[in-house]
Structures are given as C-alpha cells and as structure tokens.
Design a protein. Sequence first.
Length: 112
Amino acid sequence: MAEITNEVSSNDKNLAVLTHLGGILFSFIPSLIVWLLKKDSPFVSEQAREALNFQITLLIAWVVSYILIFILIGFLLMGIIWLGNIVLCILAAIATSKGETYRYPFTLRLIN
C-alpha cells in the first residue's frame, strides 16, 4: 500500500471511503457509479475500480456458494463470503481514509 496523502484531496478520500463501504450494502452498484463518473480523479477512479473488481468477484463467489448449497457446503461458504465482504470493505475504507491505495486480496482483476 503506497501512501499518497499529499496528492489526495479530502473529498476524494471521502468518496473512496463511501465507495468501499457502499459495497457492504449495495454490492457493485456504488463502485460502478463512482468509477463511471469520476474518471478525472486518478485516486478515486483506481479505488472505485478496485472495489468494483472485488464486488464482481464476490458475486461470482455467491453464485458458486448458492450452487453448492445443494451439497450443504454452500451455507458455510455464504457465511465466509458475507464476513469477508464486511471485514475487507472496512479495511479498504480505513486505508483510503488515510489517502493510501488499497488492493483487495483474492480478487479477480476483470476491470482494468
């Protein structure tokens, strides 16, 4: 995580924080909207793209766990995915509030 505090405005930090936290309740929608609308801000655009990739990865994991419900392991996976989403989104929000870039672990980088 590289710190770029001097270059990032407080508005950009706040928008990045809201983008990451919005994923907890609204999945990929907040990150998609911010990514499409804030292409002019490198920090916000990068963090929105990172959040979007993470939320798309989670959607794929939700589909797989839903399919695996029929062999009873899906229930366990759903709990792990739900908890992981909350924890990682909060960690991302904390990092971006400090002006640091955050990269989610275990994320497919589908949007570049």
